[in-house]
Design a protein around this ligand. Sequence first.
Ligand code: ADP
Length: 191
Amino acid sequence: MLNLVLFGPPGAGKGTQSEKIIDKYNLVHLSTGDLLRSQIQAGTELGLKAKTLMDQGILVPDEVVIGMIDSKLSENRDAAGFIFDGFPRTVKQAEALDGLLASYNESITVMVALIVPDEELKKRLLHRGQTSGRPDDQDEQKIKTRIEEYNSKTAPVAEYYRQQNKYVSIEGVGEIEEIFGAICDAIEKEA
Ligand code: ADP
């Protein structure tokens, strides 16, 4: 199996690159942001609770996203592999993911981190906010909170994978195709 963690701050281009990676390697896409947004759409209790936090740019509790990933892994037993997008976002989530995969005798193949400067991120998110309809993309304070959450809680996850020799960083500014090429090279080197 090819199990890829696509890592990077909000606005780094994880969604765009995920689509291309899925097409090429036939992986199941697990985006916790998308999974949470579909819970909100469906009006579930989980969705209602998550919405308040997400609208502010604050991470939802670890248990919530770990539970969602757990059930998606068990629903997709025949998958050729997974791309984890927006997950794990805390060290606790990373540890839980290792545990879940181990129960299937699987593990993370590689973490690919997209590196983009904060100023560029803010610009991209505000731009996306004009069309995405996402409340967390439309307000500078919310964007700031998301980047702060990333720097304090999520950035340490890179170190977690670095210690496992699974961390690869890629420049996330430039042509989409060029960035995609660099990601493919990293995947093929590790797989
Ligand atoms: P982005 O990376 O562009 O901020 P996402 O769609 O990945 O967008 O996430 C949107 C929001 O959903 C986050 O700000 C957070 O509130 C919540 N969220 C998504 N994934 C997680 C996660 N793994 N852990 C905690 N909260 C999450």
